[in-house]
Write a protein that binds this ligand. Structure first.
Ligand SMILES: NCCCNCCCCCC(O)(O)C(F)(F)F
Ligand SMILES: [Zn+2]
Length: 667
């Protein structure tokens, strides 16, 4: 199934007709430049372009009042003076004779997207629309928004398709208060928004946008506000909030559909956001959300006012929806102090509502104490960066996102004769000659191994060579001895000068110490036996009491440990090994295989032990880019497991500061 793209130039045919400094940034070029970039990058040709349609009254009335709709219906016939007069009753928004028509098209575009995804015609999609929607309320236009496109899409999905749980992620730099108000008492819609706040000094200056506004009545816990109290936030800050807050809760919520209020004023160069996250971050945010709801994701454009970063961010988002390899995120320096304060506050505020936060030992026990957390001083982020601050948003410069080339082959496999090769995978023939290193390794490791093992290993090495040359994206091998193969692979790759292997080992089994010492391999091993050693910077033993069968403990380790470590390590290869008898369930294994493709351009090598051959199909499915099935709503993880993971994180966060979730006490 493909990716839908919805756009119509009719939505460019309205603009500001008078002087209003607050609204002048919302221009038609936002749409033409975004769509133009998609065309130029050959992305529109790869999408399924769906036609727009006008929303009908009944759909608009899912969120808005009759009187508001009736009032907006009058605007096409208004004179310029009447339009100005009409506009005065709302905040930071403007009307135009054609904006009602465009607003109906914007809603209709979002609904077309929801229809095509929920009818299974496409796997995901994006709608490029204006006017935006997330600020508009039941009876009021606001912040360039007339009808609340995404809120209507959510109500529409519930009513027409009986969707039980919907996650709305709003990564626009402004708080979508319109969405919040619409669903604040509705536990079937989880609304997540981060937004520039600066302790209520930033528009729309609402107390309702702070972290302690968690939803009302039945909806308590289903509204998550992450305030950015400083500007200059970077990729690390965004990733920290995803790993330590949004993803654990989103997996626990287990949505059937993900809607994204895709505003790109949270990108570097934007005059509204004044943040420093680069456009390629949206490739990762999109990908991380695609592992939910079996990939059913609808992204609807909201804000974004720097035409260069807007266009790049839109392309990054659509490329990920299309399944292209992710660009590695470099120099992740870790979250700033202000982010950690916000993160700690919002985790504390939601602790009672989400079991994934229940055992987090880093949280103050009482609500009030979050109010007293020492909030760092004024000004921009940590004083360290001096030079960059002088530049205005428009003067900011950043590297063009790297090209994301799809290798000619997606998944290659090495399987013993007699094991069927999964569809769409390429079987590596045995014609490969023995790798040059093999003869030495043969003496070191394979002394008494039979020829079968030697041949298999040579094929595994050629999988690695092909990934290095970007001939294949990922690989899977079913081998006689997974542990031995793992050791040889690490040795083989370590011979490369700038290689870094992220070795994720699921299940018991000992990792030879030489693998860990040279820093060229970061090992995370998730297992059940208790190990005496505490591990080291490059060896992270995650011991789960109930072992890998415990989905909650495993999931928590995945988000709060594996993802941050992987991002900060930025490996050139991911080696995922399923040790025999690990007990990990297939779906968790598939989720893990999916998430690990965030790294190394998706160059993942999976090693399975021969008697795990039943895993070949399910693993290959994920390597081919299919979404993992949902884990189901996750119960609380074991207290002792959660504490073990927390102890591990607190020990490691000195070396890996993407693991941080709280602001260190000292000044
Ligand atoms: N310096 C000018 C002040 C502008 N104040 C209003 C900002 C509205 C933001 C709208 C948006 O970006 O959130 C949307 F996604 F809705 F378009
Ligand atoms: Zn915005």
């Amino acid at each position: 199934m493909g990716t839908a793209l919805i756009y119509d130039e009719e939505m460019t045919k309205y603009k500001l007709l008078w002087v209003d400094p607050a609204c002048k940034i919302e221009v038609p070029e936002r749409l033409t430049v975004s769509h133009g970039a998609l065309v130029r990058n050959g992305l529109t040709d790869r999408c399924i372009c769906l036609p727009v349609r006008e929303a009908v009254d009944a759909e608009i009335l899912l969120v808005h009042s009759e009187e508001y709709l009736e009032a907006v219906k009058q605007t096409p016939h208004m004179t310029l003076e009447d339009l100005k007069e009409f506009t005065l009753q709302y905040g930071d928004v403007y009307f135009h004779p054609n904006i009602y028509h465009c607003a109906k098209l914007a809603v209709g575009s979002a609904l077309q997207l929801v229809d095509s995804v929920l009818m299974g015609k496409v796997k995901n999609g994006m709608a490029l629309v204006r006017p935006p929607g997330h600020h508009s309320m039941r009876s009021a236009a606001n912040g360039f928004c007339v009808f609340n496109n995404v809120a209507i899409a959510a109500q529409y999905a519930k009513q027409k398709y009986g969707v039980k749980r919907i996650l709305i992620v709003d990564w626009d730099i402004h708080h979508g208060q319109g969405v919040q108000y619409c669903f604040e008492d509705d536990p079937s819609v989880l609304y997540f928004s981060w937004h520039r706040y600066e302790h209520q000094k930033f528009w729309p200056n609402l107390k309702d946008s702070d972290y302690d506004i968690v939803g009302k009545g039945e909806g308590a816990g289903f509204n998550i506000n992450v305030p950015w109290n400083k500007v200059g936030m970077e990729n690390s800050d965004y990733l920290s909030v995803f790993c330590h807050l949004l993803l654990p809760i989103a997996y626990e919520f287990c949505p059937d559909l993900v809607l994204v209020c895709a505003g790109f004023d949270s990108a570097i160069g934007d005059p509204e956001g004044e943040m420093c996250a680069t456009p390629d971050i949206f490739a990762h945010l999109t990908y991380l959300l695609m592992n939910l709801a079996e990939g059913k994701l609808c992204a609807v454009l909201e804000g974004g006012y720097n035409l260069t970063s807007l266009a790049q961010s839109v392309c990054q988002t659509v490329q990920t929806l299309l399944g292209d390899p992710l660009p590695p995120l470099t120099n992740l320096t870790g979250p700033c102090r202000s982010t950690l304060e916000s993160l700690q506050c919002v985790r504390a505020a939601h602790r009672q509502h989400w079991s994934c936060l229940r055992h987090a030992v880093d949280l103050p026990t009482f609500e009030i104490s979050t109010k007293r957390i020492k909030l760092s001083g004024e000004g921009n982020k940590d004083e360290a960066e001096v030079g960059e601050e002088q530049k205005s948003p428009e003067e900011k410069i950043w590297p063009e996102p790297p090209k994301r080339i799809c290798p000619p082959v997606c998944s290659a496999v090495v399987l013993p004769d007699g094991v069927v090769c999964p569809d769409a995978c390429e079987r590596l023939s045995s014609s490969e000659d023995l790798g040059p290193h093999l003869l030495t390794l043969k003496n070191d490791f394979l002394k008494d191994a039979d020829d079968g093992a030697v041949t298999a290993l040579s094929r595994v090495f050629s999988l690695i060579d092909k990934m290095k040359n970007n001939e294949i994206r990922n690989g899977l091998a079913l081998v006689g001895d997974a542990a031995m193969t793992m050791t040889c692979v690490v040795q083989y790759v370590a011979a490369e000068v700038d290689s870094r292997v992220f070795l994720v080992c699921v299940g018991n089994g000992n990792i030879p110490s030489h693998v860990i010492e040279d820093g060229k391999t970061l090992v995370v091993q998730i297992k059940d036996e208790d190990t005496e050693e505490q591990g080291s910077k490059y060896y992270v033993p995650v011991c789960l009491k109930k072992g890998c069968t415990d989905t909650s403990g495993f999931a928590q380790a995945m988000f709060s440990l594996l993802l941050p470590l992987g991002y900060q390590y930025n490996p050139s290869l991911v080696l995922l090994v399923r040790m025999p008898g690990s007990g990990v369930c297939d779906i968790m294994w598939q989720q893990l295989t999916g998430l690990l493709q965030s790294f190394a351009h998706g160059h993942t090598l999976v090693l399975l032990q021969e008697d795990d051959k039943a895993c070949v199909g399910p693993t290959a499915s994920i390597l081919l880019g299919n979404p993992a099935p949902p884990l189901g709503q996750l119960p609380a993880s074991l207290k002792e497991d959660a504490e073990a993971v927390e102890r591990l994180r607190s020990r490691l966060q000195a070396d890996w500061n993407l693991l941080l979730t709280t602001a260190p006490e000292n000044g």
